[in-house]
Design a binder for this molecule. Structure first.
Ligand code: SAH
Ligand code: SF4
Length: 386
């Protein structure tokens, strides 16, 4: 009989499971704390649980870790793990320490079906969704491993923030994502506040509305283009959920969001989306000057593109990124340029390329598309361009 993976449960799920074993809810809470707060990997260590419960669990359940293929530490303190998720698939998680926080970037899928032009995960294609247990095993491993590595005092936390910005589109794995988020937020779990957990999405509009109802954590939206015409090319999901729908969903999300702004991510691609004219178009978009599209209070995060050969794209020169940022800042939008971290270990955005089997042949479809580098100005006309 297959053992039940206790990392698959949020606290309510674990309580229901324990009830099935004839145990009261407070026992589930104790068990949950052992797993997530203390990092216990086996039941023998859980000394304040009745021996009878430990015996019952030992025969039916496990705390299933992911096996680590490699762990790489950068000179800047960034740590990247490559985890084996079976059947030839691997996913990555990255820890990024800063003065006042420690952020873990977590994967939600093996590969990704969205197929963005500039993303190496997208180029690999899609293999499968991760389970809740596999999403949480990345955090569980990283937190408890880092506590030891950094020599933290008991009760000390290594990870203060989680961003769902690793491999995959989290809102295309909604059913597994939400219980994992609940464990991150639970005071008996990782105890992170909603503003310290960020879901990053390429814009799966219906699931943004569901997340707003079910678990409204901080939201980052990967925009990358100021017009539908260009965004259709870069983020193919835009053809399904164009900017008017995406921006309206962002505005709705803000009523429940833990912060009063959405973070827009914008990957700077040389000669594609980085001209001053496009910066002005982006300003018009977010400030509600495009007919039919609502204003969305936001912060803008410009990401220097991390090139990989198959993309056929190049990183925008630094002066162009700064000029782009200045247009936005002068127009009143708080704009930051993301520092690239872990460059020496390929841990930066879009370089997360744990091998996956492309089971839906996304990669082949992508290869059949001509690699088009769209000229910066003028933005090519299209059915939905302004
Ligand atoms: N699928 C989600 C989350 C994972 S991607 C999303 O698209 O939002 C996390 C971030 O990395 C996104 O903003 C994405 O656009 C960015 N990214 C992807 N490939 C990149 C690359 N090659 N260089 C820089 N950023 C990249
Ligand atoms: Fe998927 Fe995000 Fe990469 Fe696009 S950028 S292919 S949505 S992981």
């Amino acid at each position: 009989m297959a053992l039940v993976n206790l990392l698959d449960f949020d606290l309510d799920g674990l309580a229901a499971h324990c009830e099935g074993l004839g145990e009261k809810r407070f026992r589930a809470t104790q068990l949950f704390r052992w797993i997530h707060q203390k990092g216990a990997g086996d039941f023998g260590a859980m000394t304040d649980l009745a021996k009878s419960l430990r015996d019952k669990l030992a025969g039916t359940a496990e705390i299933r870790p992911l096996s680590v293929i490699t762990e790489q530490a950068s000179v800047d303190g960034t740590v990247k793990w490559l985890f084996d998720v079976g059947n030839g698939d691997a996913v990555e998680a990255v820890f990024i320490p800063e003065d006042d926080r420690g952020t873990l970037c977590v994967s939600s899928q093996a590969g990704c079906a969205v197929g963005c032009r500039f993303c190496s995960t997208g180029h690999q294609g899609f293999s499968r969704n991760l389970s809740t247990g596999e999403i949480l095993a990345q955090l569980w491993h990283a937190e408890h491993h880092l506590r030891q590595r950094l020599g933290l005092a008991p009760g000390g936390r290594a990870i203060t923030n989680v961003v769902m910005m690793g491999m995959g589109e989290p809102l295309q794995n909604y059913g597994a994502l939400v219980p994992a988020l609940r464990v991150m937020l639970d005071d008996h779990g990782y105890g992170l506040s909603r503003r310290r957990v960020t879901v990053s999405t390429s814009g799966v509009v219906p699931m943004m509305d569901r997340l707003r109802e079910d678990c409204p954590v901080a939201l980052a939206v990967s925009l990358h283009a100021p017009t539908d015409c260009l965004r259709d090319e870069l983020v193919p999901l835009n053809r399904k959920y164009p900017l008017a729908e995406l921006m309206a969903a962002c505005q709705r999300y803000l009523d429940r969001a833990p912060r009063d702004f959405i973070t827009f991510e914008y990957c700077m691609l040389d000669g594609v989306n980085d001209s001053p004219a496009q910066a002005r178009e982006l300003l018009d978009l977010v400030q509600g000057r495009v007919p039919g599209i609502p204003r969305v209070p936001c912060k803008l995060n410009l990401i220097p593109f991390n090139p990989f050969p198959a993309s056929g794209l190049l990183r925008s020169p630094r002066e162009r990124v700064l000029a782009f940022a200045k247009v936005l800042q002068d127009g009143g939008v708080v704009t930051t340029v993301r520092k690239t971290r872990g460059d020496d270990i390929d841990a930066a955005c879009g370089q997360l390329a744990g091998e996956v089997q492309d089971r839906t042949r996304v990669n082949e479809r992508l290869k059949r598309l001509p690699v088009r580098v769209v000229p910066a100005t003028p933005v090519p006309p299209g059915p939905r361009s302004r």
